[in-house]
Write a new protein. Structure first.
Length: 217
């Protein structure tokens, strides 16, 4: 009897271990989304608010380099950034350690500038539209279109590549007026039955795709 009891306990332990191994999505660590900084919208306002173009300061009113006039500021400031070692950029060091400019900007402003440099110091953020076939379907294939889930012919939502787009729209899971309220997004973004089945990056991709019109592209 004791031997049978031990065998039963061993089987139970292995069964529980197998169950948690199968549910690998429960252990996914959410990814952090880093917002892109736009030069004209995020960086130039810092210079304007801090009075960098004032008399006896940087151009157009002042005479110091770099030239902060609207037509020259981007090209002029590139000589003061180092995208390989952003923390060593003259622009960033002047605001954080330089005696002349230290204290003129807040830590948030300094971080925005550092992030902009680290992201390549681009003149403008270019948002590439998301593709249903190339960006969204792979998410379904990885997390949803599998045995016991949303496979072809599923009565709730069929997320197989051939039927996913039609099924999503037929079930009313897209809200173009308020993308954040789309059922496709809320079911993976909010706590509930689908917790852990998608990363923060994947959720952001789905929301962006909906925001851009949820096209069958």
């Amino acid at each position: 009897m004791m031997q049978r009891s031990i065998i039963k306990r061993v089987i139970m332990v292995f069964s529980v271990a197998l169950l948690f191994t199968a549910c690998e999505y429960a252990y996914i660590t959410p990814e952090v989304i880093e917002a892109k900084r736009d030069f004209k919208e995020d960086i130039v306002p810092i210079f304007e608010n801090r009075g960098c173009s004032a008399v006896e300061c940087h151009k157009p009113l002042g005479s110091l380099a770099p030239d902060f006039s609207s037509e020259n500021v981007y090209e002029s400031i590139l000589g003061y950034v180092d995208t390989i070692s952003p923390e060593q950029s003259a622009l960033y060091l002047a605001l954080t350690t330089g005696t002349t400019h230290k204290g003129m900007t807040s830590s948030d402003m300094q971080n925005d500038i550092l992030q902009w440099i680290a992201q390549g110091a681009k003149d403008k953020v270019v948002i590439i539209p998301k593709s249903f076939a190339n960006d969204i379907i792979p998410i379904f294939n990885q997390k949803c279109n599998m045995a016991g889930c949303h496979v072809e012919g599923h009565s709730a939502v069929d997320l197989s590549p051939a039927n996913a787009y039609a099924s999503i729209n037929a079930k009313g899971l897209i809200d173009l007026a308020t993308p954040e309220n789309s059922g496709l997004y809320t079911i993976i973004h909010q706590s509930g039955s689908h917790d852990g089945r998608s990363t923060a990056t994947q959720q952001a991709l789905i929301l962006q795709w909906i925001t851009e019109g949820a096209l069958d592209n």
